[in-house]
Design a protein around this ligand. Sequence first.
Ligand SMILES: [Zn+2]
Length: 240
Amino acid sequence: MPVDVLALGAHADDIELTCGGTLIALKERGHSFGIVDLTRGEMGTRGTAETRAREAKRAAEILGAAFRDTLDFGDGGLRVDRENELALIELIRRERPRLILAPYPEDRHPDHRRAGELVTDAAFYAGLRKIETESPAHRPQQTIYFSTAYIHAPTFVVDVTAAMDRRFEAIRAYKSQFHDPASAEPKTLLSQESFLKAIEGRARHFGFLIGAEFGEGFVSKRPPRIDDPVSAFEGFEPGF
Ligand SMILES: [Zn+2]
């Protein structure tokens, strides 16, 4: 069964922290989606690859994903090579998504940058018939990008107000990663209480831009079609 949307991140929790609300909102509109984490997260300061796998599975259930796959491209040194590119090409051909969500290929974390480049290239190559893998050629309509550490001016913003409670429930499924006063594990940037507040703050800011309580911003190399620019800006703070 093909999915409408495939969301790919470098590490489990990247998707929940950046575009989980959009996935929930897309599902509400009848679009199916799958999640692929390119690494097992084995280099994370807190938790182990095993605990993270359990947390990721639970988070995917909360979001409503059709499936979640974990690849092993190497955490803390994600490998961009032909073998991994071909594995991604076959995965994209097998799932036949119309839309791909990927990390913006410029970021503080090199794994995010590499994942963004690898996915962008694989989505294009997946359409070339003469690159042979098990499944027939398929090229998604578009790859769109979510920002992780570095923020990029969004090409468009999705209203995720109705999805925010569930999105945070999915984020909290990663108990080993985020703020837990009872945890004896080393403190990290992500485990500070302020981190989740910043994630919420970012969603509030993107939402403010479109006159919604919460939003998620995306960069696209071509703009989406807007049929009615008048109604497209209704409900916004006037005069920006
Ligand atoms: Zn990450």
